[in-house]
Design a protein around this ligand. Structure first.
Ligand code: ZN
Length: 412
């Protein structure tokens, strides 16, 4: 049976891991950084070595085509890929696996002449991790990039996207030109590490993703009254922080009890104003994040949480304001692609488990323009977004072979 070369894939993964490598292991390779741009140049070379036709679009996405040099609605392509940027102090597999296993799969398809009626391409989508704008490249490709917002896109440290892209030789304002012609992508499948513990704990080698969670982030601001922290009687205080704290605890319970069982929530940013010991806090500000794969459940939880915040505010005699920060819609994976992945795994004798992705991925954007799916492999200890992120090499080989056979089936 046609199979990928683990030696060659491992050599590729280890080669890419050198760009932005950290002394103690792991890698920092932010989009548009010098390490990232060196990695991009290496990737383009490696695509050529594999016999693919490389090109780079206006959003900085890198493609390697097999039987294609551009996207064309007359010949819809089967596309795979992921990303080569990383979080700061990240691991060597997040994103890299999907790009390099896709490259290896296309390399094998070219060498063996495995029947492919449709053109194929492997993609490395730019700034998936969102140093400047999350899922930037796939958003541009799928026509979801609002040109008006590009000038204000910036990193947490204030560096603007337009400057970062200019430094790498790109004009950010032209990124929307990366939009693919309608109908030019026939299917998309992405191999990725799970980044969580579920597959490893279940002893299942292959996860078939049913849906990618939607993520909603809202700034919730409780506005009370600053007062002397010694002389103001307790019952007269209108404490913005305590309202925020009560809301955080109750919202956590609400999401656990009234969610789908897959719903999660987090309060990762908290600000107290004025933030001194002898003043009752006038303001308590939180960023509330929720993730859930079912759009109806996510909508309901969002409504229930804002009603909860209003009740807490009323009882504590403070005001509450909501500022929506971002909202992605949960993305269902195509039943057709899930079935093809399961067949490919069955052919290889590998058990599968259907699951949702609790992390965002480029596939969620592709799902809006084509039949999209994802293949997960186990992450050791469920560890990811850290330097010791890893998967067993035989798990990597299994995942890459399922990807290979899925691509062959989708392209035939
Ligand atoms: Zn990733």
């Amino acid at each position: 049976m046609t199979a990928i070369s683990l030696d060659r894939l491992r050599t590729r993964i280890e080669a890419l891991a050198r760009f932005g490598a950290l002394p103690g292991g792991g890698v920092t390779r932010s989009a548009w950084s010098p390490a990232h741009e060196e990695a991009r140049a290496w990737l383009v070379d490696d695509m050529r070595t594999a016999g693919l036709e490389p090109w780079i679009d206006a959003a900085g996405n890198v493609f390697g085509g097999l039987g294609m040099r551009a996207f064309d609605a007359a010949r819809p392509a089967v596309v795979t890929g992921s990303h080569i940027d990383t979080v700061p102090e990240g691991g060597i597999l997040d994103g890299a696996l999907g790009v390099l296993a896709g490259l290896e799969a296309l390399h094998v398809i070219r060498e063996t002449g495995a029947g492919h009626g449709r053109p194929l391409a492997v993609a490395a989508w730019s700034d998936e991790e969102g140093r400047y704008a999350s899922l930037f490249g796939s958003r541009a490709f799928c026509g979801k990039l609002d040109a008006a917002h590009i000038p204000e896109m910036a990193a947490a440290d204030g560096e603007r996207l337009v400057d970062a892209m200019a430094g790498a030789g790109f004009d950010a304002l032209r990124a929307p030109e990366a939009r693919a012609p309608a109908g030019s992508v026939g299917a998309y499948v992405e191999l990725h590490i799970e980044q969580g513990p579920r597959l490893e704990e279940a002893g299942i080698p292959i996860g078939v993703v049913e849906a990618i969670v939607g993520v909603r982030r809202t700034r919730v601001i409780f506005i009370g009254q600053a007062d002397h922290a010694g002389t103001t009687p307790m019952e007269r205080r209108r404490d913005g922080f305590l309202a925020a704290a009560e809301f955080a605890l109750k919202a956590r319970d609400l999401v656990v009890k009234r969610g789908s069982g897959r719903s999660v929530t987090n309060f990762g940013v908290v600000h107290v104003h004025p933030g001194v010991t002898n003043i009752v806090p006038a303001r308590g500000e939180l960023i509330h994040e929720m993730r859930e794969p079912d759009p109806a459940v996510l909508d309901r939880l969002a409504r229930e949480c804002s009603a909860l915040a209003k009740r807490v505010a009323k009882r504590r005699q403070v005001q509450v304001e909501f500022r929506p920060l971002s909202a992605t819609t949960p993305a269902p994976c195509a039943p057709r692609v899930q079935a093809v992945i399961e067949e490919a795994a069955a052919t290889l004798g590998l058990p599968t488990q259907r699951m949702h992705s609790a992390a965002g991925h480029d596939a969620q954007n592709l799902a809006a323009i084509t039949d999209a799916g994802m293949i997960f492999i186990p992450s050791k200890g469920g560890r990811s977004h850290r330097v010791d992120e890893m998967s067993d090499w035989d798990a990597i080989e299994r995942g890459a072979n399922v990807l290979l056979h899925t691509l062959i089936a989708l392209a035939s």
